[in-house]
Ligand binder design. Structure first.
Ligand code: HEM
Length: 510
């Protein structure tokens, strides 16, 4: 064992001794690998995979908050290379230094930190607060810079004025800058935020924490705010189903019906029909394109006879407008019943080449309530239109071959840069521990999609089952528009503001 100098990095083994559970995952489990930096009062131990797939940093001496309160951890040297880790009077683990951690960058004595052991304070209480917990000031900034723009734009039905303000103030960039700063300040996150009258909200800021949130069994997609919002128009939808068994049935049903191959040819024909109604010379505006997109959605979901049922979409819009206010808005039962009646009349026709036909032909337990799944499909098709409209802006910037791969890539880029689901919400169904801090069941977890690349369709057991259908429909829309037209964006509006995007078109020369 070489001589230890302050600040040196070592690999080590953490040998956990027999002790009652402490609520610290790494110290309650068996032996583990660790990286250690000894620096007197600021020694750090990074336990590799300290539980739940995360590394865990311990500052020694330091305080660690577990379920019962604060736990004091100290380290005492027993021999040259063995240290005892103690919780109060109790010895809980032995830390055996093995070798110098070669290959890792050097310790920076100036800043008293090491790039491999980022300056961590996560588990130490500092002036009464834990790293990872948003301060009051940070909470206020998160409210103003992240939550407010999402609420103002309308999470379920976009409001033109809210979107315009968000685009003018570059709200998405501001939010991302703030989150990046908080991620650095809080050592990678996640961030725990206390929301008055709601309790804890967890904001994952690393890919590992997002993965855990979207895949973990202890998180339900049927989060309270989502139930409050979607309950305005789709009480029985998969996304707001809490019971795990019923959720599994509804999930299987949705996956079966939404398989794109079931109606692929019909979708192509319907899209071609509708895009042909758009001008080939002049300017195409959002209201024109939106109306076309909505006709496509009604025809694909409900059949051609629903093509002109704008009243159905208007009723749904009113309910979606209420849904923007989640459980704060009163439920309009009369509007919902009127919407449902109209919708069910269309579904009853089970028209060939529509999702309504596939729905009617797919066996399901009555508890699944197959018709109750359709409002989501109709509503979610709007997002496909918004994403396709922005993808057209990306495509119009360059004259390149318009093969299917490129159209798909433009859709993906559009969704990555301007995700149509601003936040993916989960509620915890059991107490969950985030780097040593346990939040109770019922806490909210919010993945901010614009900050996390690669989750526009979510992931895990609630990943969007409509993705295939969305990509199929949208690439046909883009293909049909571009096949007949040369397209140029008018002006340079911020692309986030899809309402103001306009395209000058003229017939394509062959
Ligand atoms: C651009 C278009 C779309 C995007 C970006 C999108 C994205 C998403 C996301 C992020 C989720 C997860 C939401 C959450 O966990 O809170 C989701 C769920 C879902 N989406 Fe989509 N979606 C789109 C269009 C569609 C369409 C057109 C359909 C149906 C025709 C659809 C059907 C569903 C269903 C049924 C769920 C619930 C899944 C579950 O709870 O297991 N989506 N979608």
């Amino acid at each position: 064992m070489p001589t230890i100098t302050q600040g040196d990095l070592f690999t080590a083994t953490l040998e956990v001794l027999d002790h009652p559970p402490l609520g610290v995952p790494a110290l309650d489990a068996g032996s583990r690998e660790a990286v250690v930096r000894l620096a007197g009062a600021k020694s750090l131990v990074r336990i590799l995979d300290g539980g739940e797939g995360h590394d865990l940093d311990l500052a020694l001496p330091g305080g660690y908050r577990n379920r019962e309160g604060k736990l004091r951890l100290t380290a005492h040297r027993l021999t040259k290379d063995v240290f005892a880790i103690e919780a109060g009077e109790r010895r809980i683990a032995l830390l055996r230094l093995r070798d110098r951690a070669v290959g890792l960058p050097d310790f920076d004595p100036e800043g008293n930190h090491h790039p491999a052991l980022r300056p961590t304070r996560p588990l130490r209480l500092r002036r009464g607060r834990t790293l990872g917990r948003a301060s009051l000031w940070e909470t206020l900034r998160l409210g103003v810079e992240v939550a407010l723009p999402i609420i103002a734009q309308g999470a379920v039905l976009r409001r033109p004025l809210g979107v315009r303000l968000a685009a003018l103030t570059r709200a998405d960039q501001r939010a991302n800058r703030l989150l990046a700063r908080l991620r650095d300040r809080h050592d990678g996150g996640p961030l725990l935020v206390r929301i008055p009258l709601r309790g804890w909200a967890v904001i994952p800021l690393s890919e590992a924490d997002v993965r855990r949130t979207l895949h973990g069994a202890e998180f339900t997609p049927a989060n309270k705010e989502k139930q409050g919002a979607l309950g305005h128009f789709q009480l029985d939808a998969l996304l707001v189903t809490r019971d795990p068994e019923l959720r599994a049935q509804r999930r299987a049903f949705n996956e079966e019906v939404l398989r794109p191959d079931m109606i692929a040819d019909a979708v192509r024909a319907k899209v071609a029909d509708e895009v042909a109604t758009l001008p080939t010379r002049g300017v195409i505006t959002w209201p024109e394109f939106h109306a076309t997109q909505r006709r496509i959605a009604r025809r694909v979901v409900l059949g051609d006879a629903a093509r002109d049922d704008e009243q159905l979409t208007r009723l749904l819009d009113r309910l979606r407008g209420d849904a923007n206010w989640s459980y704060f808005a009163a439920r309009r039962t009369d509007v919902r019943v009127a919407f449902q009646r109209r919708l069910e009349a269309h579904l009853r026709r089970a028209e060939q080449g529509s999702l309504a036909r596939v729905l009617a032909q797919t066996r399901a337990d009555p508890a699944v309530h197959p018709e109750g799944q359709a409002p989501h499909w109709l509503f979610a098709y709007d997002a496909a239109g918004v994403a396709a409209w922005r993808a057209l802006a990306l495509l119009s910037a360059r004259e390149e071959p318009r093969d299917a791969d490129r159209l798909r890539a433009a859709m993906r880029e559009s969704l990555r840069r301007w995700p149509t689901t601003p936040a993916i919400l989960r509620d915890t169904t059991a107490p969950t521990t985030w780097r040593g801090v346990t939040v109770p069941a019922g806490s909210m977890v919010a993945v901010v999609t614009s900050f996390m690349d690669e989750v526009p369709f979510s992931d895990g057991p609630a990943r969007c089952p409509g993705e295939g259908l969305v990509m199929l429909t949208a690439t046909h829309v883009l293909d049909e528009i571009l096949r007949e037209r040369e397209v140029r964006m008018v002006g340079r509006p911020p692309l986030l503001d899809h309402f103001r995007l306009r395209f000058a078109v003229r017939p394509r020369e062959r």
